[in-house]
Design a binder for this molecule. Structure first.
Ligand SMILES: *Cc1c(COP(=O)(O)O)cnc(C)c1O
Length: 220
C-alpha cells in the first residue's frame, strides 16, 4: 500500500497522518522510508516526538491554540494551521526563544462547512500587510493549506481545491514572487487526494488509507 501510494503521488510529498495511531504503526511506515508524520493535537505530537526516532519531521495539521505553541516549538517542522496574526506572532515568539525558524502554512476555509477554521483571501492580505508581519523573523511562510468539504460530489471538491490553488497564486504573485520557500499547497486526504494531486497539491495529508480506520468515534 505504502509503496504504491508513494509512486502514485509522484512529486507530491506525503504527510502520514498518525493521529490516534500507536508507535508500532508509525515505526512500520518509518521502516519503509516515511519521515514526515502529521498530528492534529499538540499533546500527542509531543509524546510521539519523545518516543520515536529523532529524524522524523513532525507536522501539526490541526487547529492550534496560541497557548499550546510553546510545547512543540523546539522541534515542530511545519505548522499547517495558521489562521490568525495573533497565532503567527506567538509561533514567532516561541521560535525565537528556541533560536530557530518554524515553517508555517496559512490555512484557508475552502469548504462549505460551518465548523472549519481558516482564513479567506482578504484576511490573508490583511495579515501580510500588517505592521507586525515583517517583524516576524523566526517564522517562514511556506504556502497554504485547506480541507475540502466532506461530500461525494467530485466537481465540488475539485472546485474547492482549484480555489485554494488560486489563493496560493494570488499570494505568491503579490507577496512572495522571489521567495522560493513559498511553494506548498497542502491539500488532499484519504478520500480526495487523487483530485488534490491533479489540482496541484504539493503535500497530501493521508491517515486512514495508510493506517486503516481510526477507532475513536471522532473523525478528527
Ligand atoms: C485527520 C486529518 C487528515 C487525514 O484524514 P484521513 O481521512 O484519515 O486521510 C488530514 N488533514 C487533517 C487536518 C486531519 O485532521
Amino acid at each position: 500500500m505504502y509503496k504504491e501510494l508513494i509512486q502514485q503521488l509522484g512529486s507530491t510529498r506525503l504527510v502520514a497522518v498518525s493521529k490516534t495511531q500507536p508507535t508500532e504503526a508509525i515505526l512500520n511506515l518509518y521502516d519503509q522510508g516515511q519521515r514526515i508524520f502529521g498530528e492534529n493535537k499538540v499533546q500527542e505530537l509531543v509524546s510521539k516526538h519523545e518516543a520515536l526516532p529523532k529524524d522524523i519531521e513532525w507536522h501539526l495539521i490541526g487547529h492550534l491554540q496560541s497557548n499550546k505553541v510553546k510545547y512543540m516549538a523546539s522541534f515542530v517542522s511545519m505548522i499547517h494551521s495558521v489562521d490568525s496574526l495573533k497565532l503567527l506572532e506567538e509561533i514567532n515568539r516561541q521560535a525565537e526563544r528556541n533560536q530557530r525558524m518554524i515553517n508555517c502554512l496559512l490555512q484557508f476555509k475552502i469548504n462549505d462547512e460551518a465548523t472549519k477554521f481558516g482564513l479567506d483571501q482578504k484576511e490573508a492580505f490583511a495579515l501580510l500587510e500588517s505592521a507586525s508581519y515583517p517583524t516576524l523573523q523566526n517564522i517562514r511562510l511556506c504556502g497554504v493549506m485547506g480541507m475540502a468539504s466532506f461530500v461525494e460530489d467530485e466537481a465540488q471538491i475539485r472546485q474547492e481545491f482549484k480555489a485554494l490553488h488560486q489563493i496560493f497564486d494570488a499570494l505568491k504573485d503579490r507577496y512572495f514572487p522571489n521567495d522560493d520557500n513559498f511553494k506548498e499547497i497542502s491539500m488532499g486526504m484519504s478520500d480526495d487526494y487523487p483530485i488534490a494531486v491533479a489540482e496541484g497539491s504539493t503535500l497530501v495529508r493521508i491517515g486512514t488509507l495508510l493506517f486503516g480506520a481510526r477507532n475513536s468515534g471522532n473523525p478528527q
